[in-house]
Design a protein around this ligand. Structure first.
Ligand SMILES: [Zn+2]
Length: 246
């Protein structure tokens, strides 16, 4: 029988008890008690305390070592794999899945003083992500269309890439990644219209399964003015096609 949130809260140990647990369990307790989702593509940084990322790295390294053992790889005499567990743990936590563990990049938003109301296109922004299903790389590009109004906040061009990287550096599903990016930009920029197109190559299709080389996937999110105004949508998409979207 599923536990009610209040039952879960009552079973929670104090921070002193938590300190005795591995960091991953400690963080999970905090997430559960705060009723916070922690799917692969969720950011959990507000529940990770200073120093705990290093503890997580050590934990993942130990488990990764177990995976190599289970694969019957002799990590002791094979010098190629001797450091693999450590490398993979570091790669997961500080590089490819970093967007789960660190707070959003600090970004200054400026009021739209000159009242820009022209379609603005940012991209292509390089996407480096991984699929939640196989943890295989997803490499691609993103284009962002912004239709500002006088109440919008403007952010510097390079900041779009930083927000995109923060969202993508997690195990993702392309459709959800694009929606998450749209929500983040909607919240910060508050535009009249927002359009995002993502085109990406899914390596789980090349490396395994059907080994299909036609593994490019394109999807998009259209909001506000881009939904209501077919001409605006057409203008955005035609500008993209000139910018060599397949
Ligand atoms: Zn996959």
């Amino acid at each position: 029988m599923p536990k009610s949130p209040s039952t879960v809260t009552r079973l929670l140990p104090s921070e002193d008890d938590l300190a005795k647990l591995p960091a991953s369990q400690r963080i999970r307790y905090r997430l559960v008690s705060a009723d916070c989702r922690y799917h692969a593509n969720d950011n959990i940084s507000t529940h990770v305390r200073p120093g705990e990322l290093d503890e997580l790295k050590a934990e993942v390294q130990a488990k990764m070592h177990d995976v190599l053992q289970a694969l019957v790889i002799d990590t002791e005499s094979d010098h190629n794999t001797a450091e693999t567990a450590r490398r993979v743990a570091k790669m997961f936590l500080t590089e490819v899945f970093r967007g789960r563990y660190v707070a959003a990049p600090p970004i200054t938003e400026f009021p739209n003083i000159s009242r820009l109301n022209e379609l603005m296109i940012v991209g292509p922004i390089k996407v480096r992500s991984a699929c939640s299903h196989h943890l295989c790389p997803i490499l691609g590009r993103v284009w962002i269309g912004i239709m500002p109004n006088e109440f919008s906040n403007l952010i510097g061009l390079s900041k779009y890439a930083r927000i995109c990287d923060w969202i993508m550096s997690r195990p993702q599903i392309q459709e959800e990644a694009v929606t998450m990016l749209a929500n983040e930009l909607q919240e910060r920029v508050k535009p009249d219209g927002l359009a995002i197109v993502m085109e990406a190559d899914h390596f789980c299709m090349h490396w395994r399964g059907v080994k299909d080389d036609e593994s490019m996937m394109t999807n998009s999110v259209m909001r506000g003015a881009f939904l209501k105004d077919a001409n605006l949508r057409r203008e955005f998409l035609s500008l993209l096609s000139k910018k060599d979207l397949r």
